[in-house]
Write a protein of this length. Structure first.
Length: 212
């Protein structure tokens, strides 16, 4: 059965609590655990505490089942405010925030969300106005091309030569060789075949070169 209501995540070693609201308490609490485990929780204070004390220091539990979804934000805020009177510290450094649950997006917002996704344009023709915006945004960006076409001084060449001189790849260990041998065992891709190479064509077909 799905329950909606308020839940708490408590560090029992530091007496610090995080309160939240959910329309599916079981799923929401499970997601908190997953995010903390993968070190990607949006609440950095809760994540740091988890990284320091570990899962064993935390208790995840619902504190109140709510029937009316409209009262969730109000009830969450009351629990956050009550921490002070209970002598507890809080991971909630912001007031309880409502959600857009049940509020439809406008057509303009839907269009912006849709076209802002880079995967949306795969296989589609990108309109000229969007191409122009992207071009204007990237204009002047010299990342990775700052030294392109710039002549190198002899001093710069000498420094680079000195840095790279004597640098050799470490020999492969026998363990690495054995692992690679096992990984490639049974791989017959292009075995016994030569890679194509481009040569000049001697016929009169009009092609300047061909592959053999």
């Amino acid at each position: 059965m799905i329950y909606k209501g308020i839940y708490a995540i408590t560090n029992i070693l530091t007496d610090t609590v995080y309160y939240g609201q959910a329309v599916d308490l079981g799923t929401r609490i499970s997601r908190h655990k997953t995010d903390l485990k993968l070190n990607r929780h949006p609440n950095q204070y809760l994540q740091r505490s988890y990284n320091k004390y570990g899962l064993g220091a935390f208790v995840f539990n619902p504190v109140e089942i709510v029937d009316n979804v409209e009262t969730l934000t109000q009830k969450e805020q009351s629990y956050i405010d009550g921490n002070y009177f209970l002598g507890l510290k809080s991971f909630n450094f912001n007031d309880a925030e409502g959600t857009r649950r049940g509020i439809p997006h406008t057509e303009e917002t839907k269009a912006k969300m849709r076209t802002s996704n880079p995967h949306y344009w795969l296989g589609r023709i990108v309109p000229r106005d969007i191409v122009a915006k992207r071009t204007a945004h990237s204009k002047g960006n010299t990342y990775g091309t700052a030294l392109k076409g710039v002549p190198k001084t002899e001093e710069w060449k000498a420094k680079m030569s000195k840095i790279k001189t004597g640098r050799k790849r470490a020999p492969f260990s026998e363990e690495w060789k054995n692992n690679m041998s096992k990984a490639l065992m049974g791989n017959t891709h292009r075995r016994g075949k030569k890679f194509p190479r481009k040569v000049k064509s001697n016929d009169n077909s009009g092609n300047s070169d061909r592959y053999i």
